[in-house]
Every structure is written in structure tokens, then in C-alpha cells.
Ligand binder design. Sequence first.
Ligand SMILES: [Zn+2]
Length: 208
Amino acid sequence: MRPARLVTGVLTYAAAGAVLTVLIAWASALWLPDPKLGPVATSRAKASWVPAGHELENTFRGERFGATRWQIQGAPLDTARPVFDSFVTNAGSWGLPMRSVGYVKIYDARARTTRSPTWMRGVIMPVWVQSWAMKLSPKGTPYHGTLPLVPQWTGLVVDTAFWGLVAFGVAHMFVRWRGARRVRRGRCRVCGYYVSGLKACPECGDMP
Ligand SMILES: [Zn+2]
């Protein structure tokens, strides 16, 4: 195989793999059920990952939903306030075989709104998409309806390679199947030109 063709082939399947990776992650983020598993962690570590203006001081509590989504509630700086009543972080990531894209949403719980995060990386889906997804999910499943947009680089690379190989395998099997069917019908394996009895294809020069 000529090097230029090899490079084009690898790039084509890498692109197909990347598209499949993102579509699979988005579809599972929007349509897979996401059961609440209950509180799993309480920590007193300083939450240094919170963006500027949303620093938490001492305590935050994690809750896990399904295998992929976390909700983290932080205590206010003012300890006289009720605990777990300041900022609520929702973070989740999706993808197969590894998680490849995620989202982060931070709500100011004191504002008592679930509609408008104060900080987010993701796109909240329109209501019709959310109600479609909720119809497919088991009753009582919490649902956030957010398209994840934060790349998880290791997962993106691994998933792109994985789905690129799957696309290559499927394309290869299709070409072989089509070639075998053409040969059975007395046609050229490569281009489908009628070659019954001839040694080489007069159209493309292929010699079976
Ligand atoms: Zn041919």
C-alpha cells in the first residue's frame, strides 16, 4: 500500500472513530437511565477544583448517580448557615469503553433554582428532548438532560481508536462480502465491471 493511501485511510477511520465516540457518549448521556445510588462520600478536604468565586471551605458531600454522575454539595463559608445549602455541583461523564466527555454544572442552592447554573460546561437540552428521555427511563430516575462538552482526553483517544478499529473492521467485512458476491456473479471483485472468463479486469486492471 502506498504511504499516502495508508495515511488517508488511518485519518479517515480516526475521524469515523472520533465521530462515533462523541455520538455514543452524547446518546448515552441523554438517554441512558441514571439511577440514584445515594450518598457515598463525605469529605473535609478543601475543594480546590471549584472555579474562582465558588470556593468551598471545609465540607462537601458527594452523591453518586448510576456509574457516571456525581452530585457534590458544599457547605457555606458562613458556618451559621445550614450545612449543604450553598453550592451544588453536578458532574458526570460518559463514553464507551472509557468515559470520553463530561459535564460540570454548579448551582447556587441559595437561589433555589434548578434552571440556571451559575457556572457550567455543557448544554442543557430543550424540554422536548428531556421529556423524550424521561419517557424511556424508569420512573423516578433523576434526569439532568445535559449534553456533556468537557473532553476527557485519555478516554477520547482510547474510544476513538476503539471505534475507529470497529469502523475499519465493518468496512473491511463489507468490501470482502461485496467482492465475493461480485465474483459469484462473474464481475470484477474491485469495480463490479463484467469480466466473466477474462484474466484481468479491462476496467480497473484487477487480477483475482
Ligand atoms: Zn475492475
